[in-house]
Structure formats: C-alpha cells, structure tokens
Design a protein around this ligand. Structure first.
Ligand code: NAD
Length: 285
C-alpha cells in the first residue's frame, strides 16, 4: 500500500518535465494518475513507464488554453474514476510559446497579453472551477499550482510571464482561504531552473553556459524534475494537512542570496572562465 493508494490525481502537462516526474511520483505512491497533455506520444510514453512499474495511469488529450478541454479533462476523470483527490496544475513548458512572450507594458502586443494570461492564469482558475465541486462532494482534496521563482523575482522584458506567475500565487492564497472549510488545501510551488528533457537538450549544446548557470545557485546545481515532484507529493500528502495557501520555493537557494555579493561572484566566474558561453541556448529560464 502506498501513501496515495485509492487516490485519483490529475497532472496537467504530465507527459514531460516537472509534470512527467510528478505523474510518476504520485503513481509510484499508489495514486491513479490522469495525464492531461497536448503531446500524445510523450504522454503515452509516460503512461507506459508508469504501467511498467505496476502503477496506474491514463492519458487524455487536453489543451489547457482551451476552456472546453479543461472541463472535459475533469469530466473524463470523474466519469472513469468517480472522484478527483489531487490536481497538479502544471502545464506549459519553459520552452513553449507562452514563457517566451516578449515585451514590457509599453511594447507587449495586446493579443499576446490576452493569450499569455489566459493560459498562465485562466487555466488555473478553470481547473479549480471544475474540480472544486467534485472535491467538496467527496470531502476534500489537494490542489497544487505551478508558480515559479518568477512569481517572486522579476525580469525586464517578460511582463506577461511575470504577471501570470505572480497571479498563480495570488489565486493559490485566495482559493486556500475560500475552500479551506471544505477540506480542500491549495498550495503552489515556485521552482528555480529545472532541467527536464527539453532544457537538457539545449544545455547539452552549451555545457559551459550550464556550468555558469549552475554556479548561480547556492547549492551549485540546477534542479531536476524529481526535486519538484517530491515537493508536490509532500503537499498532497497527509503530512502537509496543516499547510495551505503556501508557496513552497524549491530553488536551491537562488532567491535567498544577497544580490550584490552574488553579482560580484558571477563577474569573477566569467573573468576566470572566458570560454563560458553566457548567452547560448537555454540561458534564460
Ligand atoms: P516542459 O516543457 O518540460 O513540460 C511541459 C509539459 O506541458 C509538456 O508535457 C507539454 O507537452 C505540456 N504542455 C505544454 N503546453 C500545454 C497545453 N497547452 N496544454 C496541456 N499541456 C501542455 O516544462 P517544465 O519545465 O516541466 O515546466 C512545467 C511548469 O513548471 C510550467 O508551469 C513552468 O512555467 C513551471 N516552471 C518551470 C521551471 C523550469 O525551469 N523548468 C521553472 C519555474 C517554473
């Protein structure tokens, strides 16, 4: 018996990266996992991985930028498994379009703002809209929303991503307050730079850039999807039953270091390692 035996979990973007590892972690602990994703091949591959170790997972094709797909994903889960205990709202990759929308308040195109915010923020609200009534009926549940260190620290030139990820934290706190009396806990995770399959392929082309990036972290490494999956698993578990409205920062200490000394250390690193490609692929995250 695993700690999640009998539990039903939806993981959006559960084919690859953070979502892929999260789906495997929850299934390894006994949950039945519904992987909702747009990448059919990668999702089926993850389902197979889970089934091959004796776990239970199914795939539903669902695009989190499409309202009907979000409703359909929850309906599918309810019809097949008669409940939803956990939803991990994670979809949208670091190398997909939405995270790369450029522009500040003056220059960002209005249609890019609408598209980006509809995905980053609206999908989280819509997911909750459809799972909360089911969770209430079944006596509770746990919602984990994927935020980012970008929810906390801001970067010029990417207003949409920064606003969308900040909204994830705000919505998490609001929903925790709203649904706590119904036994529903709502938390977020703010990952630092997490190297999943997509980012690894980019960093492999730029190892010196990756080394420079890793050196920015107090723990001197970037993250892997399992670092975040472990946090999700904890937040879903009974061990976290008094934790709600929280944003768990999992970032190897990136956001707690004093910026002035950090900048000096990085300048020294770049001078000592002139071969470093600071601006190659995947240098942004
Ligand atoms: P990833 O690209 O490795 O995986 C993203 C998954 O989401 C893929 O399976 C992809 O097919 C799926 N997906 C993309 N668009 C979708 C859509 N419209 N509908 C349904 N599924 C969709 O990405 P990742 O690095 O694992 O990132 C996952 C989440 O973590 C994102 O919310 C991202 O903003 C957040 N995050 C990532 C990092 C990082 O460094 N990797 C850092 C902070 C926050």
């Amino acid at each position: 018996m695993g700690k999640f035996t009998g539990k039903i979990a939806i993981v959006t973007g559960g084919a690859l990266g953070i979502g892929g590892a999260t789906a495997r972690n929850l299934a390894k602990n006994g949950a039945t996992v519904v992987i909702a994703d747009i990448d059919e091949d990668a999702a089926n591959n993850n389902v197979q991985k889970i089934n091959s170790i004796g776990g239970e997972a199914v795939f539903i094709k669902a695009d989190m930028s499409v309202s009907d797909d979000i409703e359909g994903m929850v309906d599918f889960t309810y019809r097949n498994f008669n409940g939803v205990d956990f939803i991990v709202q994670n979809a949208f990759g670091v190398i997909s379009g939405v995270t790369r929308i450029r522009g500040d308040a003056v220059s960002v195109k209005e249609e890019d703002w609408d598209y980006g915010i509809s995905i980053l923020a609206k999908a989280i609200y819509l997911g909750a809209k459809h799972v909360v009534p089911i969770m209430k009926k079944n006596g509770g549940g746990s919602i984990v929303n994927m935020a980012s260190v970008h929810s906390i620290l801001q970067e010029p030139g990417i207003l949409v991503y920064e606003a969308g990820k900040a909204a994830v934290v705000g919505m998490t706190r609001q929903m925790a307050t709203e649904y706590g009396p119904d036994g529903i806990r709502v938390n977020a995770i703010a990952p630092g730079h997490i190297v999943g399959e997509g980012l690894k392929a980019l960093w492999d082309k730029n190892p010196t850039g990756h080394k420079f990036f890793e050196d920015q972290y107090p723990v001197r490494r970037t993250g892997v999807p399992d670092d975040i999956a472990n946090g999700v698993s904890f937040l879903c578990s009974e061990e976290a039953s008094f934790i709600t409205g929280h944003t768990l920062v999992i970032d190897g200490g990136l956001t707690v270091q004093l910026q002035e000394t950090f900048g000096l250390r990085q300048a020294k690193y770049a001078l000592d390692n002139p071969e470093t490609d600071l601006f190659g692929p995947a240098a942004e995250g």
